[in-house]
Design a protein around this ligand. Sequence first.
Ligand code: NDP
Ligand code: GDR
Length: 326
Amino acid sequence: MKRALITGISGQDGLYLGEFLLEQGYEVYGLIRGQNNPRRAIVEEILPQATLITGDLMDFSSLLRALEISRPTEIYNLAAISYVAYSWDNAQLTSEVTGKGVLNMLEAIRLWAKGSLDQVRFYQASSSEMFGKVQEVPQRESTLLWPRSPYGVAKVFGHYMTINYRESYGMHASSGILFNHESPRRGPEFVTRKVSRAVAAIARGDQDSLVMGNLDAKRDWGYAGDYVRAMWMMLQQDQPDDYVIATGQTQSVRDLLDVAFAAAGIDDWQPLVQQDERFMRPAEVDLLIGDASKAHDVLGWQPEVSFEELVRMMVKSDQDNPGRTW
Ligand code: NDP
Ligand code: GDR
């Protein structure tokens, strides 16, 4: 039986990946942090067959312990401080967790596996935020990286460290450069979920308006359920490599508002939405659109859920489950 260790199992992607791997017959282990993590109950509800191991990317010996307990054949490193806006206010912490945390995990694997390093496969959750001030449109694996936030810089460190372990130690280490992906389980701090929750609350009459930041930013938004499949596909290849995972379409935050409000039967959202400086970023990533040709050709991966379907799914979920944050 294949055994997988997922760091970040309590996050959006960890929950979907855990479900997917259990369906594939894997024995699933998840790293969970903190002595009384409120998200533990969510993981236990969605993934009752998974084994949770306490640990933190900042605690090297907890990672070694997690590897010793789980003895994984595949490791998916999804744990990170992942909210870009937060990363300016907590730049050092973000660098430690999102950047150096990757090195901690890679080094723990190398020391734990010793002569059997070729028996282990590693996935790193890299990000389209690494493209930042984009140097090419659309962005592909070879596009020059130009991160625009402490989060983006930390992800670049983790990305190159993953490549370095592949090249230095022959490790089967792959990096997925994933563009934004969303779902009803998306954290409420991210723009799609902020909008879907607010639209549901406004349509119910529980909220009057919505305060937003930059409405002109454009993102390549896909569905998280499609994207975790790509992570797994990367680790099934004979050779490790890096892949862009994206839909190849881009929409603005305004487009998101159009589709989300329309899903609740509200055609004119302008009077309901205000903008405020506090949601603007010190440096913005204006446009992201990915070219996933390599993933299509080599992995045979294709996204299945469109942007409109995704947004409608999120609004419906927030209408059906008022107050739920996950
Ligand atoms: P989430 O923010 O939903 O989940 C992050 C996870 O990391 C949570 O399980 C969190 O635990 C855990 N975590 C945070 N700090 C630590 C730490 N010090 N030690 C151990 N675990 C920690 O992110 P997503 O699921 O959306 O994303 C998964 C990964 O993919 C992240 O690395 C993200 O940066 C990256 N990514 C995401 C994209 C997206 O659009 N979703 C796109 C590209 C990359 P807790 O629940 O306890 O806070
Ligand atoms: P992003 O996602 O920064 O792309 O990072 P987020 O949803 O936070 O922002 C997307 C765009 O929307 C604009 N925006 C707002 N964003 C938020 N959160 N709240 C607002 O009120 C608001 N108004 C406008 C932002 O300025 C931005 O342009 C996500 C994370 O999951 C990262 O971890 C991941 O690596 C990248 O996607 C790919």
